[in-house]
Design a protein around this ligand. Structure first.
Ligand SMILES: [Ca+2]
Length: 298
């Protein structure tokens, strides 16, 4: 049933996206140029075009935070018979002054990239025996033709003790479809600690803290750096493939879930963590995501 629901949703949203404008504001092109005529993801020397790996890597890195699996739940699981359905809004703040964000349709038409990329996500999760949980989700980058269906697994290795916190390990993967110039898949492996409190009988609060390791895989299609010139395929470029394991990033998440009867409201912030910069590793990077989720927990 979950699979059917997810397929219907992918189809429904995909259809509405494809019948709207052919390129939306957050869609981007890898052959984009800055206002001064320089390529963003490529450089030119005479008639020779070559890719710009630094811009490509940074772009894939930040885009990975937008499309990464987002668990948005405390460590406790739904329980054997539990079922959750939820809708989430997120905004990811990126380095919008970096040249690679000038590759969007938005930046091309307004001259300035958006500082926040907004997404909507539909989540369904089902509790299983043995403190396990399985979930399906569909993420959509607003104002774009990009969707990322995803799958997650959750195992609460410790839960339900009076004086100990709940601890769970989660794994998820989301694959982006609908990108014109590239493919991107992001996997996240995460450990979460939380503690639930009952407040006055009807109300339950569960703050949580989680650390995630994120692995990205990305590949570009053949990019034409000279769309204004035909029959010059010899000038085409392909960005370096980023295999799984080539790009490892980290994320720290803090959030809380409020549960009133079956209605759940979850608020969380995710922060780029242990950023590996050319001038050394920093505790926090510049990318952050805030999320608000409304759900029903049966
Ligand atoms: Ca061309």
């Amino acid at each position: 049933m979950l699979r059917g629901l997810s397929c219907a949703l992918v189809f429904g949203l995909g259809l509405s996206a494809s019948t709207s404008a052919s390129a939306a504001g957050n869609d981007f092109r890898l052959n984009s140029k800055l206002a001064n005529g320089d390529g963003i993801f490529f450089s030119q020397a005479g008639n020779v075009f070559s890719s710009n790996p630094a811009a490509w890597n940074s772009f894939v890195g930040e885009l990975s935070y937008v499309f990464a699996p987002r668990f948005v739940t405390p460590a406790e699981t739904l329980g054997y018979a539990g079922f959750h359905v939820g809708l989430m809004y997120s905004a990811t703040f990126v380095s919008s002054d970096a040249p690679y964000w000038f590759s969007t349709e938005n930046a091309a038409s307004t001259g300035a990239p958006d500082g926040a990329l907004q997404t909507l996500q539909l989540d369904v999760r089902k509790g299983l025996p043995g403190s396990l949980e399985i979930g399906l989700n569909l993420l959509w980058l607003a104002n774009s033709s990009m969707f990322a269906p995803g799958l997650m697994l959750d195992w609460a290795m410790l839960e339900g003790y009076t004086y100990a916190p709940d601890v769970s390990v989660r794994a998820g993967v989301n694959t982006v479809v609908g990108m014109r110039d590239m493919d991107l898949t992001v996997a996240a492996f995460d450990i979460a600690v939380s503690k639930g409190f009952g407040l006055g009988g009807m109300f339950h609060l569960a703050p949580y803290l989680a650390y995630s390791m994120m692995l990205s895989g990305a590949a570009s299609r053949v990019i034409d750096p000279t769309p204004e010139v035909e029959n010059d395929a010899d000038r085409s470029i392909v960005m370096d493939k980023i295999g799984f394991g080539d790009m490892l990033q980290h994320r720290l998440t803090i959030g809380t879930r409020m549960l009133v009867y079956i209605l759940s409201i979850t608020l969380q912030g995710e922060f780029e963590f242990l950023r590996d910069d050319p001038d050394g590793r920093k505790l926090f990077g510049g990318v952050a995501t805030v999320s608000a989720k409304l759900g029903l927990d049966f």
